[in-house]
Each structure stands twice: as C-alpha cells, then as structure tokens.
Write a protein that binds this ligand. Structure first.
Ligand SMILES: *[C@@H]1O[C@H](CO)[C@@H](O)[C@H](O)[C@H]1NC(C)=O
Ligand SMILES: *[C@@H]1O[C@H](CO)[C@@H](O)[C@H](O)[C@H]1NC(C)=O
Ligand SMILES: *[C@@H]1O[C@H](CO)[C@@H](O)[C@H](O)[C@H]1NC(C)=O
Ligand SMILES: *[C@@H]1O[C@H](CO)[C@@H](O)[C@H](O)[C@H]1NC(C)=O
Ligand SMILES: *[C@@H]1O[C@H](CO)[C@@H](O)[C@H](O)[C@H]1NC(C)=O
Length: 564
C-alpha cells in the first residue's frame, strides 16, 4: 500500500509545493483512499502483484484521486451488459503438468452435414445445418465447450462463399448454420481456430499480463535524452509516473517519469517489444497446423447440391433471419443482404465521380491505412503530399484539385503499436472527430481493433464509448455526414502473434464494436465476414481482391445506388 501511495504522491510532484505538515496529511488521505482503490484493482485483476490503473476502477466515493475520468452510470451499466453478452463459455482448467492428451484436436474431430428436414433436397433460400463433434488427441469426445470454430460454405468455381454461424452446445458438440444463397454445389469448411484450453491461456494472459505489449517514449531536452516505458497500465515500482491521461476523452496513458527530465519533454511514442510468459508446455496449445487454424474433416460428404429457389420460398436476408450473414461472394464479388446494394465501380473515373467534391477522413490502424493506399494507387488524379511522415503511421494527405477531393489518413492514439510517431501526431479518434465540421460532403471512416487484443475488454469498450460520444456529437451538428466503420477481421496466426493478436480476441472485440454502434446512423463494412467467406487465406491485411470488394461496399455507402 505504502508503495502505491508513494507512487501516487510522486505523480503529483510537479504540482505546487506543500508544507511538510500538509504533505503528511495528504499522504495519509491518499493511503486511505488507495487502500479502497487497491481492493477494487485486485478484484478486477484477480492478481495481487500488479498495481495497475484500469479505467474501470471507480471507487464510488473517491474518484478524484484514484481514477481516470469515471464512466457515466449509463456507460458503466452498458459495459456490464456488454461483458455479459460476450461471455465466453467456461473453458477447462489446465492440468499440471500440461499434457495435450485431453485437449481438443481437429484431426480427430469431425463434422456431419445434417439431412434436410423431411429428407428432401436443398434449395436456394434454405438453411444448411452441420453438426461438429470435438474430440481430444486420444480420440475421446470432448464434454465441454469453448472451442473457437469458424465455418464457411463455398464454391470455388463460382467464386462463391458465405460465413456460417457457429453455436456452442457446451457439451463438446457445436452446430454451424449456413444460408444457401447460390445454385450448384456448396462445400462446407470448418476450422478449429483455438482449442478451448488455449482460450483458458488467452484469457489469463489478458488479465495477468495486460501490459505485455510494451511501449516507449523518448524524452528530450537540450542535450539530455531518456527513454522510458509507457502503457495503459504500469506495474508498481518505486519510479514516479507521468500521467498522460487525455483530458478530453479520459483515455488513460502513463509513462515512467524520466530521471532527469520532466513529463513535458516527451517527444515520441513507439512499440518497444512484447514480453509474455507462458507456463511450461502452454505453447503446445498454439501449434499452427496441429491445433490452431486447422480444418476439421467431414465424417461423410462435405458438400451438398443446391437446387433453384422454390416458389414461395422466402428471400434470405438479414431482416428475416436472426443474425444471418451480412453478405456473400458470388463470382468473387461481394453482395450484401442488408444495407446498401453494392456498387461495382471498376474504373478510376467511376470512383472519382463518386468522390467528387468530398472530404474523406480515414482514422485508425493499418487496416484502414490499406484503404487510403488503395485510393491513392487506384486514382491517378489523387496526388499525395509528401508530409515526411513514417509510411506506416501517417499523417497522409492526398488531393485531387480538379475534382475537389481531399483524403486524409491518421493513425489512432495509444496503444498504437508503431514505429516512432511524434507525440503531436498521436491523436485519439474521438478528439479528431470533434474537429470535423461534417456535412453531406464529408465522409468519416474509422477502424480500430487490431491493437487492443492484449488488453482487458474494458479498455476497448471504453475507447469505443468515447468514439461513439464524438460520433453522436458529429451527427448532431452535421446530420448529413457519412460515417463508416470497418470491423475487425480474422488473420494469419504465426505462433507469437496468436498470443497478442488472436482471432479470439478480435472476435470478442468485434461483437462489442457492433453492439456499441448499433442503432446509430453509421454504416459497417463487415470485414469479418468478407475475409471469412473469401477463399484467400486470412490475413491481418487482407489481399487486394478483398480490399477491392471492401472499397466497393464503402463507395456504396458514399454513393448509394438510387432505387427506383
Ligand atoms: C491522471 O490524470 C487524470 C486526469 O487529470 C486523473 O483523473 C487521474 O486521477 C490521474 N491518475 C493518476 C494515477 O494520477
Ligand atoms: C498421454 O497419452 C499417452 C498415450 O495414450 C500416454 O502414454 C501418456 O501417459 C498420456 N499422458 C498423460 C499426462 O496422461
Ligand atoms: C449436446 O447438446 C445438444 C444441444 O442441447 C444436444 O442436441 C446433443 O445431443 C448433446 N450431445 C451430447 C453428446 O450430449
Ligand atoms: C428481406 O425480406 C423481406 C421478406 O422476405 C422483404 O420484405 C424485405 O424487403 C427484404 N429486405 C431486403 C433488404 O432485401
Ligand atoms: C523517436 O524515438 C526514437 C527512439 O525510440 C529515436 O531514435 C528517434 O530519433 C525519435 N524521433 C524523433 C523525431 O525524435
């Protein structure tokens, strides 16, 4: 306790000096308050030796000292409900010593296509159901749920594909449901992304090592320079902190204070390294091709033949199918089942025509940067300024003067994992949105997900809530503004990446993102399904054919096809 008290005291050392008696009094109060605070932290973290400052820690009466800006009661309740809604099933505790024998093993597991109800044939508009039975390395049926499974239905010759919906029966069996959307053959593909035992590890890492992606800042003044470690949470040490919590959004961020420089001399921000500790043998739960991202074999036929739609058969779309797919590929082109009909703008002049007179602001991580790069490459009249910024960080700015198009890209604020970015360029999306005038000629696009996997979900929820507040303010002052959000997507999982960037983290984040922006006048580009349904391998940065489809969805929101 005293250790934490001393630290908190030091945080305030660049405040005006106090007399000794006042310091003693202050210290006593702080110790008392922080005892309360610490109890909350332990509760939240379930881990004793981590002194962290999680954003949710809001002791009811003393939020002036121990917390970052408290959430509103409404957002606090929303957070609770969100966490409940994404609760993942219990996953098995790991035996010690850890043996793979009883862990989920895709090669011994199977899926079976269930017969059509009534024994008939399948038609376009029907649903196809598949039963998945998980077994362990020894071939025994699993008795609990929690495995991470993806399912896809596809036809390579037709360039067709659609994501399936997986349901966990919590007893070792799962079902996957697909919408049948094209005539001809449809092949089922079921992939084990992670065995449930790996989820046990992923969960533990985020609660015990939320600081395992380590950031740093360079501090500089005159001839002195120092580099210190920074994060949303910092482990308790004797070292004083610099508090860079954003005053406007309340987003927490801390660095250790440099020894010989003050907190105002921070120059830049970058990712330093990843340090994570697994227990003995746990890495065996993350073996690519063995128990991570591996197809599960079919116990019988793996495909069905789909006949033309029957008369009177309801059209499958998201409004009449609870959590059905948002779209599917046909002839390698993405078709949506809800929202705007997809434009196929295949020439630079068609795209330019759509963007004519518009200001397009892109914010977020490298998956949004890809879109800026796409436009910049595809439109010869869009000229990029050389702002001498790092080619992965931005700021980027491009203009097509004759057509009056302005396009910008800016990375999101910390915890942005990046090459050194000057502090002045490190901005929270919510703050940027507050600086946008908006209107019918303004398009605001953001995507923020890939750098949050290693934190407790509360950090991501809080970030999205602050962005949502800014979106609501923007749409209130300029209702015609087009706001488009890119969702997360599945990616390749080399073993080290899987622990900080697992698809399980992304999947959970993605559910939260959709829930938080539900009901607002914003549009989603469903990158999740667009990558899952496509035949190209999962990649953090989806390959050009997928990007091309995303751009078409994006442009369909900016320039909707006039119905009539
Ligand atoms: C950091 O600064 C924020 C905003 O001024 C404040 O609310 C919070 O209590 C500070 N945190 C610490 C640990 O000093
Ligand atoms: C795992 O299974 C193998 C073969 O069935 C057996 O020899 C071994 O003892 C088992 N290991 C554990 C820890 O149960
Ligand atoms: C698992 O649960 C599902 C749904 O409740 C049920 O249909 C199935 O028979 C169960 N499987 C086993 C092996 O108990
Ligand atoms: C979805 O289907 C319903 C009934 O089948 C139909 O009335 C509605 O227009 C469809 N919506 C879209 C977006 O196609
Ligand atoms: C940013 O930080 C790195 C070290 O992290 C340093 O090498 C680089 O010179 C800094 N850049 C600027 C513009 O200060």
């Amino acid at each position: 306790m005293t250790l934490r008290a001393r630290k908190t005291q030091e945080v305030t050392t660049y405040q005006p000096q106090y007399g000794a008696a006042r310091i003693f009094f202050l210290l006593t109060v702080i110790v008392l308050i922080c005892v309360l605070c610490f109890i909350h932290i332990v509760e939240f973290q379930k881990k004793e030796n981590l002194t962290i400052i999680p954003p949710r820690v809001v002791p009811k009466k003393h939020h002036d000292v121990c917390t970052v800006q408290p959430l509103s009661p409404k957002e606090d309740l929303e957070e609770k409900l969100l966490l409940e809604s994404i609760a993942w099933p219990e996953t098995p505790p790991l035996p010690t010593p850890l043996s793979m024998n009883e862990t989920s093993y895709p090669a011994k597991s199977t899926f079976t296509i269930l017969p059509q109800t009534g024994g008939g044939q399948w038609h376009v508009g029907d649903k196809l159901k598949v039963l998945i039975k998980m077994c362990d390395f020894q071939g025994h049926s699993k008795k609990s749920g929690g495995d991470v499974l993806f399912a896809r239905l596809h036809n390579p010759t037709l360039g067709a594909g659609v994501a399936g919906k997986v349901e966990d029966h919590l007893n070792g069996s799962y079902s996957a449901v697909f919408s049948l959307l094209w005539e001809g053959s449809a092949w089922v593909e079921v992939t084990l992304v992670h065995p449930s035992e790996a989820v046990t590890v992923l969960r533990r890492l985020n609660s015990e090592q939320p600081d395992r992606v380590i950031f740093q800042s360079l501090f500089y003044s005159g001839s002195i320079s120092e580099t210190t470690i920074c994060n949303v949470f910092l482990r308790s040490t004797e070292q004083p902190l610099c508090n860079y919590t954003d005053l406007h959004t309340g987003e927490p961020w801390f660095c250790f204070k440099p020894k010989n420089l003050n907190c105002d001399t921070r120059i830049n921000h970058s990712k330093r390294e990843v340090k994570q500790n697994l227990k003995a043998n746990e890495e065996k739960l993350f073996q690519l091709g063995v128990n991570m991202k591996v197809s599960i074999p079919a116990s019988g036929p793996a495909s069905v033949t789909v006949l033309p739609r029957q008369k009177g058969q309801a059209v499958v779309n998201s409004s009449n199918m609870e959590s059905g797919p948002s779209g599917y590929y046909y002839k390698d082109e993405w078709q949506t089942l809800s929202g705007a009909k997809v434009q196929q703008l295949n020439t630079p002049s068609a795209i330019t025509q759509c963007l004519k007179g518009k200001v397009v602001h892109l914010y977020g991580d490298s998956t949004i940067r890809q879109w800026f790069e796409y436009f910049n490459g595809a439109l010869p009249d869009l000229k990029e300024f050389d702002l001498h910024s790092h080619k992965q960080n931005g700021l980027f700015m491009a203009m097509d003067i004759p057509n009056n198009i302005l396009m910008t890209f800016r990375c999101h604020g910390p915890p942005f994992r990046c090459h050194p970015v000057p502090i002045s360029e490190l901005r929270y999306i919510a703050n940027e949105l507050d600086n946008v005038i908006g209107g019918t000629n303004t398009v605001v696009i953001f995507g923020i997900w890939a750098h949050f996997g290693s934190y407790p979900m509360e950090v991501y929820i809080r970030r999205l809530q602050s962005i949502r507040r800014a979106v609501i303010r923007l749409l209130n002052r300029s209702p015609g503004t087009v706001v488009i959000i890119r969702t997360a997507n599945p990616k390749a999982l080399p073993s080290r990446v899987s622990l900080v960037n697992s698809d399980w983290y992304s999947l959970q984040n993605d559910k939260v993102l959709r829930a938080i922006f539900k009901g607002l006048n914003v549009h989603l580009v469903d990158a999740w399904e667009m990558v899952l349904a496509h035949h190209l391998p999962h990649n953090l940065h989806p390959q050009p054919p997928i990007i091309k489809n995303m751009i078409n969805v994006l442009l369909s929101y900016i320039c909707p096809i006039k119905s009539g």
